[in-house]
Write a protein that binds this ligand. Structure first.
Ligand SMILES: [Zn+2]
Length: 394
């Protein structure tokens, strides 16, 4: 444990030294638990970012005597300590380790800059006066299907209102307007599965280890999750506004049980996600070049037209003109309707590689832009469309 601390402190001093120290450490630890020997020494550690919600001038929700920011921090530190003590191959980064104010944007930035593998934001719930709520719940990013979930997201996002330039910084996001939340339906699709799996582990643990009422896994539009580019969850430990839960979450026993629940869930997640496997998978995905000429040929086959790839940018309940400033000058903009929403797209091509380039351009303005495919004007599975494009070329 002590060596691990030295490791973290030295990162700030000298990256080169620290890397060698870390490598030595991992080689050493690998031999001890016999799991990572031989491969770990050449790998970057698994990076876990633990985010204690609120802090400093932002107390979060208030109980009769407890403040949300303090509960969040206690559980965050206890959770991190368990990981540090038991996983020498995991580097824990905290967005805050004391009672200071950190913006939502900065929290996500810390995780993104560190190329974190997993992000856990810790919060405590509250209900308006006289309402009693009990239990713990875990959120992943997405569109709230229930008003209750939307209310939780609104409350947690409202902290950006204390930042002077929040409209600019969060791209016009208004934490109090339901309309602002619509785009969350399409966010983070690539990390969704891992996030939801982890969230399920957490809920199981909150129930068994924490002895809490299981309020389940939900989706809602949390800004701090939107800005992170790795699997991420936000937990609500319980209700600070309900006296018995406030007492539990402020007690040593409560902090111990909740941090242990998070730790157990993390261990389960970690088992299935070794960095080595991910790297190998990414490097071995074959990406054959697809020249533009052939695309044009495919397009002219009228009887069986080739699928068209487009880049989805956002969705809205309102119809927007293609020159709307929200599209940041990208052309051509098109839309299709699905589930009562207008879904806006950029570009159109028969060439998947070309679509990837379009997506990269779009990502400058729309962080979560992703590729979709159409066949005869009907939306189709992207993988199917890629396969068909390949077949047409033969
Ligand atoms: Zn909170």
């Amino acid at each position: 444990m002590k060596m691990h601390y030295i490791c973290i402190i030295m990162i700030r001093i000298n990256t080169k030294i620290i890397i060698s120290v870390c490598l030595l450490l991992f080689a050493f630890c690998g031999r001890v638990d016999g799991l990572y020997a031989g491969t770990a020494s050449s790998d970057k550690p698994f990076i876990l970012v633990i985010d204690a919600g609120h802090g400093g001038k932002d107390p979060g929700a208030l109980g009769r005597s407890a403040k949300e920011k303090d509960i969040n921090l206690s559980v965050a530190k206890a959770f991190g300590k368990l990981v540090e003590e038991n996983h020498s191959d995991v580097k824990v980064i905290y967005t805050r380790k004391s009672d200071i104010f950190v913006t939502l944007g900065r929290r996500a930035e810390i995780a993104n800059k560190a190329s974190a593998d997993l992000f856990v934001s810790i919060h405590t719930n509250a209900l308006p006066k006289k309402k009693i709520g009990r239990g713990a719940e875990t959120y992943t990013l997405g569109m709230a299907r229930a008003d209750d979930n939307l209310e939780v997201a609104k409350r947690e996002n409202a902290v950006i209102l204390v930042e002077n330039d929040y409209q600019e910084r969060y791209q016009g996001f208004d934490p109090n307007s339901s309309e602002s939340y619509i785009i969350f339906e399409f966010m983070q699709d690539k990390n969704m599965e891992n996030s939801v799996n982890f969230a399920k582990n957490i809920q199981k643990e909150f129930k068994s280890t924490g002895g809490r009422i299981d309020k389940g896994v939900h989706q809602a539009g949390f800004l701090v999750l939107r800005e992170t580019s790795m699997p991420s969850v936000l937990v609500e430990l319980g209700y600070i506004s309900t006296p018995d839960e406030e007492r539990f979450l402020s007690s040593k026993n409560g902090i111990n049980k909740m941090s242990r629940s998070l730790y157990n869930a993390f261990c389960q997640y970690r088992k299935g996600h070794s960095k080595t496997t991910i790297t190998i998978t990414e490097n071995t995905i074959p990406q054959p070049p697809q020249p533009l000429k052939e695309t044009v040929k495919a397009e002219t086959k009228k009887d069986n037209p080739s699928p068209v790839f487009k880049v989805q940018l956002m969705a809205s309940s309102q119809q927007l003109k293609s020159n709307n400033p929200r599209f940041k000058g990208l052309k051509p903009i098109d839309f299709y309707k699905e589930k009562g929403l207008y879904k806006y797209t950029y570009g159109a091509t028969n060439d998947y590689q070309e679509a990837v380039k379009l997506k990269n351009t779009a990502k400058k303005y729309f962080k979560e832009a992703f590729i979709i495919a159409f066949k005869n004007g009907v939306k189709t599975d992207v993988q199917k469309a890629i396969n068909e494009t390949k077949k047409n070329k033969k």
